[in-house]
Design a protein. Structure first.
Length: 330
């Protein structure tokens, strides 16, 4: 499979851009999973990053083996028409839009959802084509997942905070629990976001002779290993800015509150993954932190919410105009 990809320059470029999105996702989105564990002192930064990288890899492998519904949702999110060369150019434009948006958000330390940006940018790029279409079914699952993840993440964080307040575990026990919570969050991040990037990679390959479209949706094992490895490498780069924003600037958490946020975010991610709903680790974890925390900095929380609000239209328009530019240049 990989040899066939490298033998087609345009296909290889598309694959490279998807892997760039995967790496940026691991670099800027995965740190949300370990933010509370680092900020409460449960784990040092470097050890937490290494744990997240390993768990991201394992999570994607588990999801593809047992429930690849999220990957199929992103694979079928939009139609690119019958002009295959134009479709390839538009898809590459959408991928470039995601990298630009995510890098800009990281520069300002704002946690944003690369997965939602990916869905919006790819859809915007498809609509730039004469025969481009939006498929409502996959988009309905994405929007349902968005609404549920934010509400359930906040509610779960608040409920686990109240439960731990009644149980009164020691700070040392809470920190040990956070290590497992961080591992679970990173595992489920790989299961969710790794699938989304893999679905877009399969979409790009379906527009080439390497992986022609077929009736049944299937994922080659070597592509799973490739995406998982690149996401793990991206996570290993760090993401300290995102961690500081979520775990220190937005809310100051005690070990007990940090454990509540990890348990709340992990349970919400697990439920949505088992239901096959595409959700954002950023949204789930940030909502759980707000639910578990006592006093939030409204200025920081408002800046994050504003970025979330503009992710769909911003990435969609950026993907649309970049696709028009790419098509004009070709």
């Amino acid at each position: 499979m990989l040899t066939a990809i490298l033998s087609h320059p345009v296909t290889a470029l598309t694959c490279l851009l998807v892997l760039a999105v995967v790496a940026v996702n691991g670099w800027t989105d995965a740190p949300n999973a370990i933010a509370t564990a680092v900020c409460t002192g449960a784990m040092p930064f470097r050890r937490a990053v290494g744990l997240a990288a390993l768990c991201n890899l394992l999570g994607l492998g588990w999801a593809v083996a047992f429930s690849p519904v999220v990957a199929e949702t992103l694979f079928s999110i939009a139609g690119f028409g019958a002009d295959v060369p134009a479709a390839r150019s538009a898809l590459c434009a959408g991928l470039c839009a995601v990298v630009l948006w995510s890098t800009a958000a990281w520069r300002f330390g704002i946690p944003t959802s690369e997965s939602h940006g990916l869905a919006a940018a790819v859809t915007g790029a498809a609509l730039a084509l004469p025969g481009g279409t939006v498929h409502p079914g996959p988009w309905a699952r994405i929007l349902l997942g968005l609404a549920l993840s934010v509400c359930l993440g906040w509610l779960a964080g608040r409920l686990f905070r109240r439960a731990l307040t009644l149980l009164r575990p020691s700070p040392a026990l809470c920190r040990r629990g956070q290590v497992g919570g961080a591992a679970a969050m990173a595992f489920l991040h790989g299961a969710q976001d790794g699938q989304k990037c893999l679905g877009i990679l399969l979409l790009g390959l379906s527009l080439s002779p390497v992986l022609p479209q077929q009736g049944a949706f299937s994922i080659p094992p070597e592509l799973t290993l490739l995406c998982a490895g690149v996401m793990a490498a991206g996570t290993a780069l760090g993401g300290r800015r995102i961690i500081d924003t979520v775990g220190r600037e937005m809310v100051c958490l005690s070990p007990r509150q940090g454990l509540a946020a990890d348990l709340g975010g992990g349970s919400c991610l697990l439920a949505c993954t088992l239901l096959g709903l595409p959700v954002s680790t950023t949204h789930v974890k940030t909502a759980a932190v707000l639910g578990a925390g006592s006093r939030a900095d409204r200025r920081v929380a408002g800046r994050i919410a504003l970025t979330w609000l503009f992710t769909f239209p911003g990435c969609g328009l950026l993907g649309f105009f970049l696709a028009k530019l790419f098509l004009f240049g070709s």
